[in-house]
Design a protein around this ligand. Structure first.
Ligand code: BT5
Length: 294
């Protein structure tokens, strides 16, 4: 897609948004959108920022992103069309639309970007996975007619590996690095993302969700994972899939009915991934990785 086509497409998409602001520096785009929703702004509203002074991840973790090297945005939804146990589909469609857009804008092979449950976008390499983007979903009024959800996403775009913060250098990547040095324009990525987001949100309103696409991008399936719980305990188990109804991660459990059990997003603090075993004859990752290293 050419720059002109993406720009034209993005401008027509603005009509989909009830409010769209591009901001220079904010604490967190999630806070901006939450404030708008408290004033009664309808869905879908969108805040994009060049810089965040208090960008955050889940469970109070920090999100670090220098100006000019990342795309940071939040979307506000009034998802009365989703039952409470399907709210997880909002951050999922944001992650899926961004993965599609990022592959196109960075010229990556389709399917190269994977989702690490619940909603990280990662690049899988032999030595492990590297995080490209993270999603923060915050809901209020769940189960009531006043339900609101703010979904924020941060993507490492034109960030060079030599500039990665030392504490993240071993676990993160950027679109620039994933595409072997191709310069990445965050505005183009934003436009491509908005193009892909709209049909996915319209589908959700109609009761549809791309379970197959979500399922296919999961990087955990067939791998050993280390599940860290909020109380500090941890367990190593084999992930066998994801559940398109509950959004849960499915893990092996010999004691459970059917030999597997569900882990819901709110129950888990962190998932670490073990290496995939390789099929020596074809070089493809296969189920059965053992040992958790990162
Ligand atoms: C996330 O949390 O991955 C959600 C990140 C959401 C960021 C967006 S930016 C726009 C909006 N406004 C906000 O304030 N937030 C959202 P979590 O799964 O908890 O991961 C956080 C962890 O990722 C940190 O503890 C670091 O280890 C790591 N991390 C921080 N910054 C990173 C980066 N730029 N790239 C890769 N990893 C990073």
């Amino acid at each position: 897609m050419t720059t002109e086509r993406v720009a034209a497409a993005a401008s027509t998409r603005i009509a989909f948004f009830s409010r769209y602001e591009r901001l220079r520096s904010v604490t967190s785009t999630n806070d901006i959108v939450r404030g708008w929703m408290a004033e009664g702004t309808p869905e879908v509203c969108l805040a994009v920022a060049d810089e965040q002074t208090a960008g955050r991840g889940r469970l109070g973790r920090a999100w670090i992103a220098p100006s000019g090297a990342a795309l940071m945005l939040s979307l506000g939804f009034l998802p009365r069309y989703l039952p409470p146990d399907r709210l997880w589909r909002l951050p999922a469609v944001v992650a899926l639309a961004m993965a599609d857009a990022a592959e196109e804008v960075a010229g990556l092979p389709i399917g190269m970007l994977r989702l690490k449950w619940p909603n990280d976008i990662v690049v899988a390499a032999d030595e492990g996975v590297r995080k490209l983007a993270g999603v923060l979903s915050e809901a209020e009024g769940t189960g009531t007619a006043a339900v609101q959800a703010v979904v924020g996403i941060g993507v490492n775009t034109d960030w060079r590996s030599e500039d990665f913060p030392p504490e993240l250098a071993g676990s993160m990547t950027s679109l620039r690095e994933a595409s072997r040095g191709r310069p990445i324009d965050s505005d183009l990525l934003l436009a491509a993302f908005l193009l892909r987001l709209e049909p996915r949100v319209l589908a959700l309103r109609d009761g549809h969700f791309d379970v197959a696409g979500w399922h296919d991008r999961q990087v955990t399936t067939g791998r050993m994972v280390r599940i860290e719980m909020p109380d500090g305990s941890a367990q190593e188990v084999r992930a066998v899939g994801v559940d398109g109804a509950s959004g849960a991660l499915l893990v092996e459990d010999a004691a459970a009915p059917g030999g597997e059990r569900e882990l819901l997003v709110g129950e888990v603090a962190h998932v670490r991934l073990g290496p995939a075993e390789r099929d020596a004859t074809r070089g493809a990752p296969v189920s059965g990785g053992r040992g958790v290293t990162s």
